[in-house]
Design a protein around this ligand. Structure first.
Ligand SMILES: *Cc1c(COP(=O)(O)O)cnc(C)c1O
Length: 491
């Protein structure tokens, strides 16, 4: 399979690249992204043949259908990491909430959030490519909470890749911070920034665009790659679980093969929803993708009015911080798939220059044939958490946004799958507040309170964090980040 560029080709980049290239050097011409030139066809026969496959068998078949240029041994090693999820035979349980509503739980991996679904196998693939080419890579990540731990965990002690992770000191939950600062491996560096997530992200952007910094890396023979969700190496692993979740409903005899369903996704950078869209285009029977947002509801506006408008918006800090995003990067791949490179370039240029773009009526209608959207603010999110708990289902605030969209976005009585992206343990103070009314608890107290209220155990990996030694102690001012990174690379 070959990848082409969402904003067209500038004559400097190759016009098309294989999978390996697209993931090692993910930045395409004019600041665009690599997207698949064609999608494989996953026919009814294909789906039928996989009704009784394991997750890994299904994943392997899908990757083969995509014809990725990664050898089978490496793919098998990457997929074997799903054996370390809670249920070794099924990494993604699909749980019934009621007759119409099922939850696909994507958080049963090591860091208890859905970033593991893609980052776990991605780490093996990237490191193997780097070793085959005998090249050294540096991955820089700025995190508000979930990507950092998942990236550190996947690259820990892997050859030819080093990771530097920047987080806002005081700006993450206790659990998220501990997941990062207790990571101890020679190829990992975690740096707390005195400032907000925006400060951390801006510092990173400056560094990534600095020729002086790149020059210093070159002198050390180190190339930059990226592990953020625009990397197609992550997206490809996010197509698989949509197909798996559908087949789970077939296995549970909730639907028959061929029945259409709703996919209901809590969205930030739109990687998860994009995976669902590609699965649908490849042949999965889908009625619509329901796009759930929090109060940062740019996507709700885009899908209902065709207007993507940041001119009147500031980022709002919500209780679902992994969805606090105003520039939802992977939407670009949808625009490209629907309207082509020339139009995508035009729209993205408008977003850069005028902080807004407007789809025309035909374009909006095409978008609405595939997507429907709603958003959920923090107060109603808490009500949904409490209501679901009273009905027997415990969920986190990101997942809660989908419960509201489930009530408001369907116009047919079809089954729905909500994608749950984080375990209750990662956002415990908000959940504790919704369930018991406790305010401003520390994570450790909120965890205990929820465990008692719900009569469940705190998972060992979370409990253990509070006793682990802190090995990553660096906290610096923004202007010292570069020096810290270079010192780390010289070790
Ligand atoms: C990353 C994340 C999201 C958003 O997913 P996208 O693929 O970026 O849309 C939602 N919930 C949680 C808990 C996350 O970590």
């Amino acid at each position: 399979m070959l990848f082409i560029e969402t904003r067209g080709n500038d004559g400097q980049h190759s016009a098309s690249v294989p999978f390996s290239e697209a993931i090692l050097s993910p930045m395409a011409s004019f600041g665009g992204l690599y997207s698949p030139q064609t999608l494989p066809e996953l026919t009814t026969d294909f789906l039928q043949a996989h009704v009784n496959s394991s997750y890994k068998q299904l994943a392997f078949s899908i990757l083969s259908a995509f014809d990725v240029d990664i050898n089978d041994e490496v793919l098998n090693e990457a997929l074997a990491l799903y054996d370390h999820f809670d249920d070794t035979s099924n990494p993604v349980p699909v749980v019934r909430v009621n007759d119409e509503l099922y939850v696909s739980e994507l958080y049963h991996g090591v860091t208890r959030a859905f970033k593991d679904m893609a980052l776990q196998p991605f780490g093996v693939v990237l490191s193997s490519l780097a070793q085959q080419r005998n090249e050294q890579y540096l991955i820089l990540a700025a995190t508000s909470g979930d990507t950092g731990p998942a990236a550190l965990e996947t690259f820990k002690n892997r050859e030819n890749v080093r990771v530097v992770c920047l987080y806002p000191d005081g700006g993450t939950s206790d659990v998220q911070r501990l997941q990062m600062v207790t990571e101890d491996a020679d190829n990992l560096k975690v740096i707390g920034i005195k400032g907000s997530f925006d400060d951390a992200q801006n510092a990173l952007k400056q560094l990534l665009s600095s020729t002086a910094f790149k020059h210093k890396l070159q002198q050390k023979n180190i190339s930059l790659s990226a592990a953020n969700s625009v990397n197609f190496g992550r997206i490809i692993f996010q197509i698989i679980y949509h197909i798996h979740s559908y087949l789970e409903l077939v296995r549970q005899q909730v639907i028959s093969l061929g029945d259409k369903i709703y996919l209901n996704v809590p969205c930030g950078n739109f990687g998860n929803a994009l995976g669902g869209y590609y699965a649908w285009k490849a042949g999965l029977p889908v009625e619509k993708i329901i796009v759930a947002s929090n109060s940062n509801n740019v996507l709700t506006d885009l899908i209902s009015s065709g207007s993507y408008d940041l001119t009147q918006r500031d980022l709002i800090a919500t209780t679902s911080p992994a969805m606090d995003i105003l520039i939802s990067s992977n939407v670009e791949r949808i625009l490209f798939d629907m309207f082509g490179a020339e139009r995508t370039h035009e729209l993205m240029q408008s977003l850069i220059e005028h902080k807004r773009y407007q789809l025309n009526e035909d374009e909006l209608s095409t978008l609405q044939q595939h997507f429907v959207a709603d958003f959920c603010d923090d107060e109603s999110g808490k009500k949904y958490i409490k209501k679901a708990f009273d009905d027997g289902y415990l969920m986190d605030p990101h997942t809660a946004t989908c419960f509201k969209a489930h009530d408001s976005c369907r116009d047919k009585p079809l089954k729905s799958i909500i994608y749950s992206t984080a375990e209750w343990t990662k956002f415990s103070p908000v959940i504790d507040n919704a369930l018991t009314g406790h305010v401003d608890s520390h994570d450790i107290d909120a965890l205990k309170s929820i465990a008692e209220t719900a009569n469940i155990k705190i998972p060992e990996v979370i409990q253990a964090l509070f006793d682990k030694p802190v090995s990553q102690k660096t906290v610096v001012d923004k202007q010292n980040i570069e020096a810290e990174i270079l010192a780390f690379l010289d070790q």
